[in-house]
Design a protein around this ligand. Structure first.
Ligand SMILES: Cc1cc2nc3c(=O)[nH]c(=O)nc-3n(C[C@H](O)[C@H](O)[C@H](O)COP(=O)(O)OP(=O)(O)OC[C@H]3O[C@@H](n4cnc5c(N)ncnc54)[C@H](O)[C@@H]3O)c2cc1C
Length: 220
């Protein structure tokens, strides 16, 4: 998996702080930009849950080499934009699939997994000689790798990190979310200061489904 932050709103902390202050000021956000104590102002606004101001900050990621099982979960997040490699227009000639750590750690499981992947790609190659790729792809597995471009605003990212950095989230999307959070925190330390699973900020809301581990520290 490779996760890269392609572009983002520069000075997002300062811009969102100025937008927040402009609600209570005669001055415009342009006049307020960089004035006062942007970090303190924004930290307070975000801490109070007034998250509409951080919708002004946008982050675009390139994600490579993840499974279709991951992207199926990712695209359930509706306040986001996605561009995903097409299996209609891109032939997947060589076997390319994610191997879960549980399979990697079990020689027999790995042999079963690699055998079926080989068989699937043999079938795919045969089918592709006869029928369009858009139909041959029906035999491809959930584990097949893909690339996707994702854009979310900071408000959606806080929500996304809350759900997907949690121990209850599936491991592959959690690995990706954690990498995205590290990149976001580098770009906008104030907005993402308390981002992560709910246990970073308070008690776990998962009830009997809780992982039961002590509260998580936000990633550095
Ligand atoms: C651990 C885990 C297990 C899961 N298991 C399943 C499963 O078994 N089956 C399954 O189908 N899904 C499952 N999901 C997916 C989950 O139900 C959500 O579809 C997904 O996480 C997207 O989150 P969301 O709907 O909160 O927010 P997003 O789509 O990211 O939207 C953000 C927020 O915007 C608001 N919003 C967006 N659209 C609407 C709308 N139409 N109406 C009102 N408010 C809206 C909501 O407040 C929402 O929280 C699982 C997710 C997790 C993290």
């Amino acid at each position: 998996m490779i996760v890269r932050l392609l572009t983002y709103t520069e000075d997002a902390d300062a811009i969102c702080a100025a937008a927040g202050r402009s609600c209570y000021s005669k001055e415009s956000s342009a006049d307020l930009l960089g004035k006062g104590e942007p970090e303190k102002t924004l930290g307070k606004i975000v801490g109070m849950g007034h998250h509409s101001v951080i919708e002004h900050a946008s982050f675009t990621f390139s994600v490579e080499g993840v499974s279709r099982a991951l992207t199926h979960q990712l695209v359930r997040h509706r306040i986001a934009s996605f561009s995903q490699q097409s299996q209609r227009y891109v032939s997947i000639n060589e076997p390319t699939f994610v191997i879960p750590r549980t399979i990697q750690a079990d020689d027999e499981a790995l042999a079963v997994y690699e055998k079926i992947m080989g068989d699937i790609w043999n079938a795919y190659s045969e089918l592709e000689k006869r029928i369009p790729a858009e139909d041959a792809r029906y035999v491809l597995p959930n584990g097949c790798t893909t690339n996707i471009t994702v854009t979310m605003n900071a408000r959606e990212l806080l929500h996304f990190f809350s759900m997907r950095c949690c121990e209850r989230a599936q491991w592959e999307i959690r690995d990706m979310a954690e990498e995205m959070l590290v990149l976001c925190r580098e770009a906008s330390p104030t907005i993402f200061r308390d981002a992560g699973p709910p246990c970073v900020r308070g008690p776990c809301p998962e009830g009997r489904l809780s992982c039961g581990r002590p509260r998580k520290k936000p990633p550095a």
